[in-house]
Design a binder for this molecule. Structure first.
Ligand code: KIV
Length: 295
């Protein structure tokens, strides 16, 4: 680890803002991760990530649902609030759930809740040219917007599954138009999800805002992963673009097996985990005779 890679103590670090992220285009890679509660937000922030996203992936990796479509604004606000208590330095972004930005008015209401109640400092929404009016309205209202093009899981029904996008020159041209439309509308950065590295390269060169890749190769201005994927906590499936940097699922299972074994052997709690009475009280307490109450 070099000096510049060392973890920055949360309290001393300057908060990362949307303009800071926007200014990182073409410079140091922008490191982003999702988080959904106080401990994951705190750990991500202490590790020195630049941006923490309370993703609607929470529906799958935290709430155990099939896809992201059913997550509500109330649920997103609840989890954003929890993550906000742990994130002090990184830019905290909250995802706008499916249909919660179907119109400009709904987008403004949802952003108001995620930032006002939830404590997010920016929002993310999925879509390209079709959501440009919402991005313009949000930006004009003072809401920093992270856009998201390529594989957008909220459009799963239209895509017919979790499938990589932009696999031809024509498909890449459409993605470039989407990325340029969200940039023109005011987005401060754009997520590129699940596309060939060649498509990500062309898009990254076609916009002046940072591109944040997930399954888009290493040519983007930054990377994002889902917390539970990166730490080996989600077992239902592992997309090709995920690297598991730890196996916390296995470690947690082993730890709880040890806990059960120690409880059953009566070696936990041990002396160190037990409160004792002053010795002069012990003799007295042994004299207390209490009969169990009849039910
Ligand atoms: O919801 C989410 O976690 C996301 C990231 C994968 C970008 O949208």
């Amino acid at each position: 680890m070099t000096t510049s890679e060392k973890t920055i103590p949360q309290a001393k670090a300057k908060p990362v803002t949307a303009p800071v992220i926007q200014g990182m285009k073409g410079g140091a890679k922008i490191c982003c991760i999702t988080a959904y509660d106080y401990p994951s937000g705190l750990i991500a922030d202490q590790a020195g990530v630049d941006l923490v996203l309370v993703g609607d992936s929470l529906a799958m990796v935290v709430l155990g649902r099939e896809d992201t479509l059913s997550v509500t604004v109330d649920e997103m606000v609840h989890h954003t609030k929890a993550a906000a208590r742990g994130v002090k330095r990184a830019l905290l972004v909250a995802d706008m759930p499916f249909m919660s930005f179907a119109t400009v008015d709904r987008a403004l209401d949802t952003a108001h809740r995620l930032m006002g109640e939830g404590g997010a400092r920016a929002v993310k929404l999925e879509g390209g040219q079709t959501v440009a009016p919402q991005i313009t309205a949000l930006t004009e209202a003072g809401v920093p917007v992270m856009a998201h093009v390529g594989l957008t899981p909220q459009h799963l029904a239209r895509f017919g599954g979790f499938k990589a996008q932009g696999k031809s020159a024509e498909a890449t041209r459409v993605l470039v138009e989407d990325a340029q439309a969200v940039e023109a509308a005011g987005a401060f950065c754009v997520v590129l999800e699940a596309m060939p590295v060649e498509a990500a390269q062309v898009i990254t060169e076609a916009v002046t805002i940072p591109t944040i890749g997930i399954g888009a190769g290493n040519v983007t201005d930054g990377q994002i992963l889902v917390y539970h994927d990166a730490l080996g906590l989600f077992d239902r499936f592992t997309p090709k673009f995920v690297r598991r940097f730890a196996e916390l699922g296995d470690d947690s299972r082993k730890a709880l097996e040890m806990y059960c074994a120690e409880v059953r052997r009566t070696t936990f709690p041990g002396d160190k985990n037990t409160f004792y009475m002053p010795t002069d009280e012990v003799a007295q307490v042994r004299k207390i005779k209490i009969k169990p109450k009849k039910k």
